[in-house]
Design a protein around this ligand. Structure first.
Ligand code: FES
Ligand code: FES
Length: 151
């Protein structure tokens, strides 16, 4: 049995400590916004926040997530500047990678409110998109940074 703080709520889940966090989020808690793709830490579609940092949930044994604050795409407020910018800039195509992209971008802007182009490219580099939405993602990150700067 593990205890998890996900999106501000405590959950007890009857699984072993080695099960990937991604599996628990999707299959046990039915928070299916976080996506499974490569399963080997190479694509970023499973990105969540762990204590505010972007992490690949397919690579985290759920036992290691205990005592930490986990946020999934469902826990990011609907009026979060990154979510709003994604809509405004019409970033998604098929959408499959986008929750991971948004979580990665939100963690970037939490750490650096005004990132350089190099920082954006380096940070977002590990989040793959088969639909090639990279220019839209970059534009949306700039838009989110501008919007957040106004508040
Ligand atoms: S599914 Fe986790 S990095 Fe690809
Ligand atoms: S929007 Fe289709 S994989 Fe990224």
């Amino acid at each position: 049995m593990v205890s998890l703080d996900i999106n501000g709520k405590m959950h007890k889940v009857d699984v072993g400590p080695d099960v990937p966090l991604l599996w628990v989020i999707r299959e046990h808690l039915r928070l299916t916004g976080t996506k499974f793709s490569c399963g080997i830490g190479m694509c970023g579609s499973c990105t969540v926040h762990v204590n505010g940092k972007a992490e690949r949930s397919c690579q985290i044994p759920v036992g290691d997530a205990q005592g930490k604050k986990i946020t999934t795409i469902e826990g990011l407020p609907e009026d979060h500047p990154v979510k709003m910018a994604w809509i405004k800039e019409q970033v998604p195509q098929c959408g499959y990678c986008q929750s991971g992209q948004i979580m990665q971008a939100a963690a970037l802007l939490a750490e650096d409110a005004n990132p350089s182009e190099d920082k954006i490219i380096t940070t977002m580099n590990g989040n793959l998109c088969r639909c090639g939405t990279y220019p839209y993602i970059k534009r949306a990150i700039y838009a989110a940074a501008r919007e957040a700067g106004k508040k």
